[in-house]
Write a protein that binds this ligand. Structure first.
Ligand code: GDP
Ligand code: ADP
Length: 384
């Protein structure tokens, strides 16, 4: 990458609703949009240094927005540009091009080239994910399955990757992503995993996408991971609640593991050996927030539900907006006042009054590249 001659001029850029948007930040003009060559199915970013009149094509990091016919863009501050993609569901339409955030500055240093990075805007901050650990056979899967069945719109499961073989009733992509060791190792080395561990002779890991995709849907993410994984998540930037599930006795644990009938005798022995170590670690200072004994299933489930509702800090309006945001819409940026941006609908239904003006509040943004910028607040203009 780096500087190169580009047969492309600012005059071609039409302000507002267009194939390409030009945004001035400091002494530079950022041009964002589709390539003139429509066969290229990607969004281009080019930077004009106004002083030297030179164009730079930066290295673009992050997953880019879905390619649409047009977008509108406006600078948020010196660090990022807000881009609203048109003709896609509202939940998919808000993006930030990070041009000088701490992440971009760091990457610019590492790569030695000009860097920008895409980050998807996500409504609300989402509730803290819930990490559930405990020895094999204690009933983690049973408790999680009950929770998911009773509250399908509230909780979502983080689908881990594993190198172990699927059990009879397990579905790829639902219970686990069943993966080759070489593939998971490659993805781990590319930084795609929040955590991973070697458990009972196999590799298990939580991809960043597994957690983020659940949170994006406005659901609370549940992770079923081992104690090593819990330790790694504790050390990461992900704020979560950590629950350890204990058996009423070791004998009962062994009984449940055998009764499940999914492992060979050798595998059962390995799991029981590991169970002792896991039970020992459950009291590690600062690791688990709550210990739950799974003796009677219903009693344990009630306790789990109580624990989770204690941390119920999500605003309902976020979830409603995320649900409504699944319909396709076209919004255009009209104006900006401090951290509030006014969006005007452009669809036919909207013009007929079915959809109102929206106000996007950027005052509580959190996170940022890589991947997601959370904390967007959206409200209809009537209640703004
Ligand atoms: N660190 C980590 N552990 C995981 C992950 N997914 C599952 N595990 C743990 O791996 C262990 C074995 O899981 P599994 O093979 O499904 O057997 P089960 O616990 O006997 O049902 C359990 O302790 C899970 O909590 C993951 O993504 N990361
Ligand atoms: N409280 C309980 N009392 C008796 N059996 C249970 C209880 N909880 C779970 N089980 C059974 O124990 C076995 C292991 O549970 P599972 O959810 O697969 O454990 P894990 O996911 O922790 O390995 C399953 O056959 C399940 O039906």
């Amino acid at each position: 990458m780096g500087e190169e001659a580009v047969e492309f001029s600012v005059e071609k850029v039409v302000a507002g609703d267009c194939k390409q948007s030009a945004v001035d930040v400091g002494g530079r003009t950022y041009v964002i949009g589709r390539s003139d060559d429509d066969s290229k199915s990607s969004i281009i970013v080019k930077i004009l240094d106004k002083l030297t009149q030179t164009w730079v094509v930066p290295t673009v990091l992050g997953t880019q927005p879905t390619l649409t016919k047009s977008q509108s863009a406006i600078p948020v501050n010196d660090e990022k540009i807000l881009v609203i993609e048109k003709g896609v569901p509202l939940n998919e339409s808000v993006w930030f091009l990070e041009i000088d955030t701490p992440f971009v500055k760091q990457q610019r240093k590492i790569k030695g080239t000009e860097v920008v990075s895409w980050s998807k805007g996500v409504i609300g901050v989402g509730q803290k994910p819930v990490v559930i650990s405990g020895p094999s056979g204690v009933g983690k899967g049973t408790l999680i399955a009950k929770l998911m069945k009773d509250y399908p719109s509230k909780f979502g499961f983080s689908v881990s990757h594993t190198t172990r073989s699927p059990r009879e009733k397990e579905i790829d992509g639902v219970h686990y992503h069943f993966t080759e060791r070489s593939k998971i190792e490659k993805d781990i080395s590319e930084g795609k995993f929040l955590e991973f561990a070697h458990v009972h002779g196999n590799v298990y890991g939580t991809s960043i996408e597994a957690v983020e995709s659940v949170t994006d849907e406005g659901k609370r993410c549940i992770l079923d991971i081992d104690v090593q994984g819990a330790r790694s998540v504790r050390a990461s930037s992900l704020e979560a609640i950590f629950i350890f599930v204990c058996p009423p006795s070791f004998e009962e644990l062994e009984k449940r593991l055998r009764a499940r009938g999914t492992e060979t005798e050798e595998q059962i022995q390995k799991r029981l050996r590991n169970a002792r170590a896991e039970l020992d670690q459950s009291n590690s200072p600062g690791l688990f927030d709550h210990l739950l004994v799974n003796d009677d299933l219903e009693t344990c489930y009630e306790k789990l539900k109580k624990l989770l509702s204690l941390d119920d800090d999500q605003e309902d309006s976020d979830y409603l907006f995320i649900k409504d945001g699944k319909q396709s819409a076209s919004y255009c940026i009209v104006s900006k006042h401090d951290s509030k941006i006014l969006l005007q609908p452009e669809t036919i239904e909207a013009k007929n009054g079915a959809t109102s003006l929206l106000a996007l509040d950027l005052s509580s943004l959190s996170g940022g590249a890589p991947g997601r910028t959370r904390g967007l607040k959206i409200c209809s203009i009537n209640s703004f």
